[in-house]
Design a protein. Structure first.
Length: 552
């Protein structure tokens, strides 16, 4: 349980002292009830009279009430502490993820992050009460063993030896179970990936019966593999559970058949030891039931630990100066690419695609169009401009200041974007303050007032056409009120009438408001709207005229 315990104990919010004290109080209250029962049994054995000792009965009732209260307090406090620790782990992972280098996140893909941050933490959270009960049961077993040692050291040694041997065999049997849990997680990850393919490519699946059959067969194969592994794991869990129960029975056999041979006068202690063992056997049985769940949580914690290590290695160097944003002017004069080169990693034996070297100057308050064929490097250029990619060679400067690690994040805060593969957020995250009247005016300007609206800072609906969704994405970008607006193939999904409005009205209006606009486009009919146009071809950038009839 190294990963699980390490994950929980590493959290600053975990009240370690209170957790330990609560668990000890739970164990001690249980032993108090056991002691009262043994005292009453000893009195009956000593006097030979089967009569009620009302004082002990009252003490027993008080002990039960204390035991119940402490149990509820201990387990609830443990669960609350565990849930808070899980919350801190989850938010820590998200914080690391949002600070991770975009290029590396892009290469890894989304599935591993989604699975670990949501599914793995959910598995631990679902088992939090069992983790708490397991800790409480373990403490109670230790306290009862101490009680048995107080009554008879020999009985303690023999019972402890039996528990130790049983625990060793149980642990060895659990190795195959743990390996099975790891295989089960891998199979379920593959199953999740195939489901993600189905949902992500649902249109493509629906229009191709061959693809649909193939994907269904793949999903079925992964599902069957996951089922087989889970059945195998459950078999190991059942066998291990039975082994644990046998260990408990052997412990009782030791009390009845072995200890009397080595402890003179054990008859006087048999009731106390037997009662203690019976009392403890319930918690040992509970531990046997909880351990498979703990093993599953341990595997989830191991995945989280691997993700934390991955994210730590992917952390982007943003510099140490919190005032870096102040070094980038809110209203910049120009952004310059000076010999900027970017190369994608290529398989061995293949030539890498190289963009650049690029020499480009973007001046404030102008409209710049970027054109080029598919694969020419337009989207890569946009990612370099927005700081998502880092140049392999050359520098990017803003008003003469080189944009390095300390300024890259600050530069991004000056740019609003709508990428070609954008995500339309249901809320206006990060928007500057705006009034309802401003929102209504913008919706009307984008001809969306009858289709969608805003309720507070949330869009009223997102089930729209591709062009309508892009208009809402543009609205969200504009409400960020940033000086540089970057649009990647924004008009591609618009109808002809609104496309004309976008180029002839919206872009000039935004320019008049003082915004700088960089737009990737193929609409040669509107090249005259741009102040300058740059054309990319096989990674090379050249400035072209802005005549409408010129071929890109």
């Amino acid at each position: 349980m190294n990963h699980l315990l390490g994950m929980l104990l590493s959290q600053d919010t975990l009240p370690r002292t209170r957790v330990v004290v609560a668990a000890l109080l739970s164990g001690l209250s249980g032993v108090l009830v056991l002691g009262i029962v043994n005292k009453a049994a000893a009195e009956i054995a000593g006097t030979g009279l089967a009569q009620v000792d009302w004082a002990l009965a009252a003490a027993f009732a008080a002990g039960i009430a204390l035991y119940a209260g402490v149990e509820v307090f201990a387990v609830s406090r443990l669960c609350a502490a565990l849930e808070n620790a899980i919350h801190q782990v989850r938010t820590g992972l998200l914080d690391r993820l949002v600070r991770a280098d975009y290029e590396q996140v892009e290469r890894v893909g989304h599935t591993v992050f989604y699975e670990s941050i949501t599914q793995a933490t959910r598995e631990i959270s679902q088992n939090s009460q069992f983790i708490a009960l397991a800790l409480r049961s373990a403490v109670l077993v230790v306290v009862i063993l101490a009680y048995i040692a107080f009554v008879s050291l020999t009985a303690f040694a023999l019972v402890g030896l039996t528990i130790g041997l049983g625990g060793l065999l149980y642990h060895r049997a659990g190795r195959r179970r743990d390996d099975g849990f790891a295989r089960m997680m891998d199979e379920e990850r593959r199953l999740f990936e195939s489901l993600d393919d189905l949902l992500g490519g649902f249109k493509e699946v629906r229009i191709s019966s061959a693809r649909s059959r193939d994907l269904a067969a793949t999903f079925s194969r992964f599902s069957l593999a996951a089922t087989d592994v889970r059945v195998d794991v459950q078999g190991h869990v059942v066998r291990q559970f039975i082994l644990g129960q046998i260990a408990v029975y052997l412990m009782l056999a030791v009390v009845v058949f072995v200890i009397p041979q080595y402890v003179p006068g054990f008859r006087d202690q048999v009731v106390q030891i037997t009662a203690a063992v019976l009392f403890m056997s319930g918690d040992l049985g509970a531990l046997i039931q909880y351990l498979p769940l703990l093993a599953e949580s341990e595997q989830a914690a191991a995945r989280i630990a691997r993700l934390e290590a991955t994210l730590a290695a992917m952390a982007e160097d943003e510099g140490a100066a919190p005032s870096a944003a102040a070094s980038v002017p809110a209203a910049f004069g120009e952004i310059a690419f000076c010999g900027v080169t970017y190369a994608y990693p290529a398989p061995e034996g293949e030539a890498a695609f190289v963009l650049g070297p690029l020499d480009l100057t973007l001046r404030a308050g102008e409209i710049v169009f970027i054109t080029g064929g598919n694969g020419a490097g337009k989207s890569t250029l946009i990612k370099l401009l927005t700081g998502l990619y880092r140049p392999k060679c050359g520098t990017i400067r803003i008003d003469g200041v080189t944009v390095g690690p300390r300024l890259r994040h600050a530069l991004r805060d000056r740019i609003a974007t709508v990428f070609s593969t954008y995500h339309l957020f249901p809320r206006l995250y990060g928007a500057a303050p705006f009034t309802a009247a401003e929102a209504e005016t913008m919706l009307s300007w984008l001809e969306m007032e009858r289709v969608a609206g805003l309720t507070g800072d949330r869009f009223s609906r997102l089930d729209l056409s591709a062009g309508q969704r892009k208009r809402l994405a543009l609205m969200a970008a504009l409400l960020e009120r940033r000086p540089l607006l970057v649009l990647d193939e924004w008009a591609a999904d618009q109808d002809p009438a609104f496309r004309r409005k976008f180029y002839r009205e919206i872009l000039p209006t935004l320019k008049a408001e003082g915004r700088t606009i960089v737009a990737v486009t193929h609409d040669d009919s509107y090249f005259d709207v741009a102040d300058r146009r740059f054309h990319l071809e096989e990674g090379r950038l050249v400035e072209r005229g802005r005549d409408a009839g010129e071929e890109p």
